[in-house]
Write a protein that binds this ligand. Structure first.
Ligand SMILES: Cc1cc2nc3c(=O)[nH]c(=O)nc-3n(C[C@H](O)[C@H](O)[C@H](O)COP(=O)(O)O)c2cc1C
Length: 356
């Protein structure tokens, strides 16, 4: 049904205009407690066998919404009510910024993919902080993904990330240091360990000093070499980070015809994201939480990522093509599969196919 509506109606309109419309509807749902509660009762994961605990935080189910959908933390209540176990808001930058000129968001429906060069359009850390301090209305985990303000030079990047962390660590269930979006010039260079170290140290210092310690994760690109993936993994372990999110969008155009500039997400990213996850698991084992994102479209993908070592799984493009009932459907299918395998908890499968 959603697929029909999508191809016949939604796909005819500008992608960003449709995204804004979706956000407006979700904002409305967030603001209507009765509707939100009814959706939550009908759609959110309530099966105890799907509960997952990672870095001290309890998630009602393993599937979450990846960063970039709700950049300004406007509708976490509605997204939680639709059935996401967690919502990662952002990327938020210390200062508000408009992002790149439009058009900057392109759907590739034939390839089940999206190309975006949004460029961290957001209202800034203070605005996000204000919204995040309000009650969410439903018990959903909210992560906050932070990135570098475009006008801030690389030499001041650590202070810029720390400023965002100061504002956003207190209301966040976890923080993500994003150094992997292709749409802020030079951002991905910060993944080199000698540049990454001071950033992570600065953010961790802020996150550890709050009244409640906020977990810190780092999000990496699928375009890193295997050696660089290992180097980031080693650094994360050394600094006592809580987790790694793999992956962001790719600059590769393998598997798609479009040559629009920006980051590619969705199905064409699937294999590489899984490869990076496997590489990470081989390096860190279960010493640090792995969160897998990139080309997750169905229950088989979620299952496969968890078997390969992911404790949590995220999607963005799969939600766009799957529609509003998609997160709820995936969690329901996961419940059934857990039972079919005779398991009492989905956490029993984490890393089961990873080499020991
Ligand atoms: C339109 C769009 C905007 C995005 N914005 C961000 C962002 O601001 N920060 C970020 O870390 N990732 C961002 N992402 C990347 C996603 O969080 C995710 O890592 C990536 O799309 C791979 O997952 P997917 O294949 O399920 O979409 C964005 C993705 C899309 C499609």
């Amino acid at each position: 049904m959603y697929r029909f509506v999508f191809t016949q109606v939604l796909a005819r309109f500008d992608a960003e205009a449709m995204h804004r419309l979706a956000l407006a509807v979700l904002r409305l749902v967030s603001a209507l407690p009765g509707v939100r509660r009814a959706l939550y009762r009908a759609l959110a994961p309530h099966d105890p066998a799907l509960r997952v605990t990672a870095f001290g935080v309890h998630f009602p189910g393993p599937l979450g919404l990846a960063a970039g959908f709700d950049k300004d933390a406007e509708c976490v209540g509605a997204l939680g009510a639709l059935g996401f176990g967690h919502v990662e808001v952002g990327t938020v930058t210390a200062l508000a910024q408009p992002g790149n000129p439009r058009p900057r968001l392109f759907r590739l429906p034939r390839e089940r993919a999206i190309i975006n060069r949004m460029g961290f359009n957001n209202a800034g850390a203070q605005a996000a902080g204000r919204r995040l301090r309000k009650p969410r209305g439903v018990p959903v985990v909210v992560g906050v993904n932070i990135g570098k303000t475009k006008v801030v030079p690389e030499a001041e990047a650590a202070a810029d990330y720390a400023a965002s962390a100061k504002e956003l660590a207190p209301p966040a269930d976890y923080l993500v240091v994003n150094v992997s979006s292709p749409n802020t010039p030079g951002l991905r260079d910060l993944q080199a360990v000698e540049k990454l170290r001071p950033l992570l140290v600065a953010v961790k210092e802020v996150a550890d000093s709050a009244t409640r310690r906020t977990p810190v994760l780092v999000k990496i690109a699928p375009d890193l070499s295997d050696a660089d993936v290992d180097a980031v993994a080693d650094l994360a372990l050394e600094l006592g980070l809580d987790g790694i999110i793999a992956t962001n969008t790719t600059v590769s155009r393998e598997g798609v015809r479009s040559r629009e500039a920006g980051g590619l997400s969705g199905r064409p990213l699937r294999e590489r994201s899984l490869q990076v996850l496997r590489r990470l698991r081989a390096r860190v084992g279960d010493r640090i939480t792995l969160v897998s994102a990139g080309g997750v479209e169905d229950v088989d993908d979620v299952w496969e990522r968890m078997l390969a070592g992911a404790t949590l799984v995220q999607a963005y493009t799969g939600f766009v093509y799957g529609g509003p009932l998609w997160p709820s459907r995936i969690h329901r299918q996961l419940s059934r599969r857990v039972r079919r395998h005779g398991l009492s908890s989905i956490t029993e499968i984490i890393g089961r196919t990873a080499p020991r």
